[in-house]
Design a protein around this ligand. Structure first.
Ligand code: GLY
Ligand code: MN
Ligand code: MN
Length: 460
């Protein structure tokens, strides 16, 4: 069926195209890509169009190219082959799709060869399509992080065009957020009767799928929250466990939400779980309160580090002054990752461009442990959407590392830490829009205070 666009969405697409073409003085070609096959050609992974294509075309179209120049948009794609109607049903024609996305004209892919001269492009993301792209262009295309010449200029223009969100993209992200919130609420309520992580995962993903959305990334639903990107779901749920769920929806046109909540399987945090939950929440709240235009995101990360360190000092787990502990990276024993990232069409928006989007020109990743994992290091701008996602983890690979134990022998009260053995991982993650005056928490309708979480798990 043909996905349609509203008048407002079309207006937004025109404005985005105009923004991009005003930043460059050459035509731009953007490939949607195809879907890789899993094990034989007819068995394919679900199609996910390139985000750069979606940003300007608005809908996913398989193996299509858009050419942008001045006010013009041309669509290049082949009509479905013979037999397609048998297996895939009637599909929209090239002209219908061109009409839907507001293209000026539409041509077969082969016609692109004559329109590619002097045009900049990005490497098509599906590996099989790379040869076809090179054939059509008569040149190979470097990966975005290696791109130079006009392709490199295009990468920088795309970053500028996509760094802040317009009303149409925010509307889509709010839709993704609403469905993700429903999924988290359902997951919490489902915990009472679930016996494994897999059952909670299926309850949560079922909500996304039931709204005809999909997962913006592989869901993390685990009692081993200390495994930062845990993607196994077989563990049984025990009453004393905390369950960490990092689950976000993606709309049909590709816009993402990214939410994490952590809740007690029993429905009630133990006192030690509650203490560490509240430390994480204090860091989360302080970071959100600090979001406003002009603030350096790295400073927000460092604020999270300091709040976590201070909370751990109060609990007797760390020893010393929070500021000094952060200077020594002692907090990274428990909070080793960055406080968040850009969010948009990609869950880590534009990370296909390496750090070109996440890091301001001239900035590079730190070589400090922890800080080096920070994915965003720019001053915040009105219209950016970022995540705020501090956490507390007991990662055996860090805490049992002899060199780290030696390094932090004075900083950590290891005996006291043993009292908190019922906490493996806690993360609280919200999606935050930078506004002119501060921040709007897009995910605010999903509470994160401990009592409210307990009430949701109890289904009240
Ligand atoms: N869901 C992955 C992340 O939070 O970065
Ligand atoms: Mn995230
Ligand atoms: Mn997440």
């Amino acid at each position: 069926m043909l996905q349609s666009l509203t008048a407002d969405q079309l207006t937004a697409l025109h404005a985005r195209r105009k923004c991009l073409t005003s930043l460059v003085d050459f035509p731009v070609l953007l490939w949607s890509g195809g879907s890789p096959s899993r094990n034989f050609p007819a068995n394919r992974y679900p199609f996910r169009a390139s985000s750069h294509f979606l940003f300007f075309a608005g809908i996913p179209i398989v193996n299509a190219v858009i050419r942008l120049e001045g006010d013009r948009l041309d669509l290049f794609m082949d009509e479905p082959g013979p037999g397609a109607a048998l297996w895939h049903g009637p599909e929209p024609t090239r002209d219908e799709l061109a009409d839907t996305i507001g293209a000026d004209s539409a041509f077969p892919l082969a016609a692109l060869a004559d329109k590619a001269e002097g045009a900049a492009t990005l490497a098509v993301q599906s590996p099989n399509a790379g040869h076809r792209q090179a054939d059509i262009l008569g040149r190979t295309v470097a990966q975005p992080t290696q791109a130079n010449g006009i392709d490199g200029q295009l990468v920088r223009a795309l970053v500028q065009a996509r760094l802040t969100q317009d009303e149409a993209s925010l509307e889509e992200m709010r839709r993704a957020v609403d469905v993700s919130i429903a999924a988290h609420e359902f997951g919490m309520a489902a915990t009472a009767y679930a016996e494994t992580e897999a059952e909670v995962r299926s309850a949560m993903e079922g909500v996304l799928l039931g709204h005809n959305m999909t997962m913006a990334y592989n869901s993390i639903v685990t009692v081993h929250g200390e495994v930062l990107h845990n993607e196994v779901y077989h563990h049984p749920l025990a009453p004393a466990d905390l369950l960490l769920a990092d689950v976000g929806a993606e709309t049909q046109s590709g816009w993402a939400a990214d939410i994490t909540r952590t809740w007690p399987v029993s429905g009630k945090f133990s006192s030690t779980q509650r203490d560490l939950y509240d430390v994480t929440l204090a860091a989360h709240d302080a970071c959100i309160a600090a979001v406003k235009p002009g603030v350096e995101y790295q400073d927000i990360h460092l604020l999270a580090c300091e709040k976590i360190a201070a909370g751990l000092v109060d609990l007797g787990i760390l020893k010393g002054k929070a500021e000094d502990l952060v200077d020594q990276d002692a907090h990274t024993l428990f909070f080793p990752h960055g406080v968040g990232h850009l969010l948009g069409l990609d869950v880590h928006d534009m990370e296909d461009l390496g750090d070109l989007a996440g890091y301001a020109e001239g900035r590079e990743r730190s070589d400090r442990f922890g800080l080096g994992y920070l994915r965003l290091n720019r001053p915040l701008q009105t219209g950016m959407v970022v995540t705020i996602e501090p956490g507390f983890y007991q990662v055996p690979a860090l805490l049992h590392n002899p060199a780290l134990r030696e390094k932090y022998v004075e900083a950590v009260n290891w005996e006291r830490l043993a009292d908190f053995a019922d906490v493996r991982g806690i993360r609280i993650e919200d999606d935050v829009l930078v506004t002119e005056t501060g921040a709007e928490v897009l995910t605010a309708n999903l509470p994160c205070e401990a009592e409210a979480i307990e009430a949701l798990v109890a289904g009240t």
